[in-house]
Write a protein that binds this ligand. Structure first.
Ligand code: ADP
Length: 165
């Protein structure tokens, strides 16, 4: 079975991620969307919230599964019996980071290959941090994220505004 994992923070999931999941799921027998527990960046949503949003958003896409993970991505691949890591590429600056990660992972586990898909043109600018920034300023993110994510963002920023009053 050709199984791949698509690792990320998904804080929150957006249409750029969903496009990679849709196209990636057609390439493999199973695509495991791996939500990283504690990335080295400040998170807006907890692991449970991120998992729930990813699940609600990709449940219509065949051959997919959503799992939380921590530790090294290659160790998680081995645990899941996955031979491929799927990543998305937006801009040249992504390429340098992804290139370094892929080489580091190759050094750690030469049998695991990284497959990168180029983003669709309309998602080039899209990142979780852009989505968070627009939503935090009450901007319209309906073209960037599905409705469930939009609602979760509105609720979270309303909670944060209440907390600071
Ligand atoms: P990380 O925490 O590793 O940066 P993200 O949750 O931001 O992870 O993204 C997970 C994966 O999705 C990465 O490979 C990233 O390059 C890819 N990705 C993020 N945004 C887009 C986009 N707009 N188009 C295509 N791929 C994207």
């Amino acid at each position: 079975m050709r199984r791949a994992i698509f690792p990320g923070s998904f804080d929150p999931i957006h249409y750029g991620h969903i496009d990679i999941v849709t196209r990636g799921s057609a390439l493999f027998d199973e695509l495991v969307i791996a939500v990283y527990d504690r990335p080295a960046k400040k998170l807006l949503f907890s692991l449970e919230e991120r998992l729930h949003l990813v699940q609600q958003t990709v449940n219509h896409i065949p051959n997919t599964r959503v799992v939380a993970y921590n530790g090294l991505t290659v160790d998680f691949c081995e645990k899941m019996d996955a031979r491929f890591i799927l990543r998305g590429l937006r801009v040249f600056s992504d390429f340098e980071y992804e290139f370094r990660m892929a080489l580091a992972n190759q050094r750690l586990s030469p049998e695991i290959d990284t497959i990168s898909l180029i983003t669709r043109e309309q998602h080039t600018f899209l990142s979780s941090s852009t989505v968070r920034e627009v939503a935090s300023l009450n901007g319209n993110v309906s073209t960037m994220v599905p409705a469930v994510v939009q609602t979760a963002l509105q609720q979270r920023y309303a909670e944060l505004a209440n907390d600071s009053n």
